[in-house]
Design a protein around this ligand. Sequence first.
Ligand code: ADP
Length: 166
Amino acid sequence: MATAIYPGSFDPVTRGHLDIIKRAAKVNDRLIVAVLINSAKHPLFTVEERVAMLQECCKGIPNVTVESFDGLTVEFAKKRHATVMVRGLRAVTDFENEIQLAQTNHALMPGVETMFLATSIKWSYLSSTIVKEAARYGSDISKFVTPNVEQAVREKYAALQAKDEL
Ligand code: ADP
C-alpha cells in the first residue's frame, strides 16, 4: 500500500486543490491531505476549521483522509510511512520554490519522492489568497470554492467585520 501526503496551508481549500486531490487519489493507494499548523503565516481559518472544510469536501473519496501536522513535512511523512509527497504546480512562478522544497526534502529524507501534478488550466490562476481577497471585497467566490467553503468564508468575514477587525 503506497501512501502519499498532500501538504499545504489550505486556507481555505479551493477547487484547484480539490482537482489535485482527486487526481492524486487516483494514482496513489492512499492519500493523506496534511494541513500545516504554520505559526509564521497568519491564516484566516484555524487549523481545525481548515481540516473540517477539507473533510467535508473529500468525504466522497474513500482513499482520502485529512489530518493536521506541525513541524517538518518530511517528519510527518515518515510517521505515516508515506513514500510520496504531492504538490501542485500552477505556473513557472511556483516552480522555483517547489523545486527547492522538493530537493531539500529529498536531501532530508531520500525515501520520500515529490510528485508534481500540473494544475488543470481551468484553475491555474486560482489561489487561496485570491479567494480571500475576492470575498473580502464582496465578490462571488462560488466558482472558486465549494458551497460549504463559500459559506465559511462569508461567515468568517462577517464575524471579523462585526468585531471591527477587517
Ligand atoms: P502552501 O502554503 O504549502 O503553498 P497552499 O495551500 O497554498 O499551501 O498549496 C498547497 C499545494 O497546492 C501547493 O503545492 C500549491 O502549489 C498547490 N496549489 C494551490 N493552488 C492550486 C491550484 N489552483 N491548482 C493546483 N495546485 C494548487
